[in-house]
Each structure stands twice: as C-alpha cells, then as structure tokens.
Design a protein around this ligand. Sequence first.
Ligand code: NI
Ligand code: MN
Length: 227
Amino acid sequence: MEITFLGHASLHIKTKTHQFIVDPFISGNPNASHIALEELKADYILLTHAHQDHILDVEEIVRHNPKAKLISNYEIIQWFGAKGLEGHALNHGGKAQLEFGTVKYVNAIHSSNFPDGTYGGNPGGFVVTTEDKTVYIAGDTALTFDMKLIPLTSPKLDLAILPIGDNFTMGYEDAAIASDFVECDTVLGYHYDTFPPITLNKELALSHFKERGKTLLLPKIGEHVTI
Ligand code: NI
Ligand code: MN
C-alpha cells in the first residue's frame, strides 16, 4: 500500500487494485500548490467529516474521476447526493465490504458541519483493510478511549494516521498516547502547519515519538510512504 501525503489531512492511497483520496483540501492550501488536483486518480473518496478543510475539492475530483464513489457518514452522503454525487453511506461502528476489502467508520471526537451551515453528521475516522494491510485514518479528533476498541475489532494496524497539529485536534503528545491505544507504533502525522494555530515544532514532535520507541513519519507534501 502506497500512501501519499497531499497536505493538511488529504491523502492518496494506492492499494494493489484501487485508489483512494481522503479528505481532499488541496486548492485551498497554498502549501500544496505543487499538487496537480486534476491528475489525482480515485475509485473512492473517503470523507471523515464535513468541515471545509476536508471536503473542499470533492466535486473537482469527481469531475476528473466520474466513476469515483464517496464513502462517508449518512449526512455527508445525502448532502453530496443532492448534488448528484454517488456515495456509500456508513454510520459509526459499521463497515462496508467492498471489492478490495473493508472500510469501517469509527468514532472521533470533533464537530462536523458543512460550510453552508448544514449539519454534517457526527465526525469519524476510518479503518481501511485490504487483503494484506490495515490502516487507521483518525480524521480530526481528540484523544479518546474509544481508540482502544480499534485493536479489539480490526486486524493489526500497519499504520496509524493521526492528527498532531493541536488546537483543533489532538497534538503530538496525545497522538503518542493514541498510538498506544490503537497498538501501532508507526504513525503518519497530519493536520498540522496549514494554518497558524496548528504550526508544529517538528523536532519536538519527532523526538517525543522517538523517546517512546515509536516512529513518527512526516512526509513532505507530495511524498509517499509504503507499508
Ligand atoms: Ni474539522
Ligand atoms: Mn480539520
């Protein structure tokens, strides 16, 4: 599985058979100006919640990938459905069996409304399981005991993708605890540096993880990690 960081909380995931985009916010992120939005390929677009910094480029990506299907909570699928976009609705604790494996919508502690004020359902994260890999995408969330349910209910994680920018989500110190809760010592950090309140001291974050015997991956925007 190849995971490309597209800046902020946006990811491109390539499995052996399918491609995913998670929480596309590229055109609104000056740090990601080198990412060619129109070239991104997706069979599925995963949306953790309805905030602008997670859904901004959904319609543009679907324009270039007309067969792409959204996967999110019921309210988000309804909202995009009214605009003619195809989707698969989940709710918390539920997983969908798809051609490549499963996608489960798991708990997050955050908020979720659309830019127009419409209620966006309760926010979540995803556990994506393919035939050989499992990755947890936390979405915007605080540290929560519910994360302890993930190793009890999913195959062993190969990677945990956690917000580390603080202020709107957990910071890196809580993310290190989250990595204990989900029983995965390899963490890809996201949701930092895009806006002034979530500026990250990378050296402190990296050493915090290292001191605890964990690996914090901070790929540059456009770089990928392979698991
Ligand atoms: Ni948010
Ligand atoms: Mn956010």
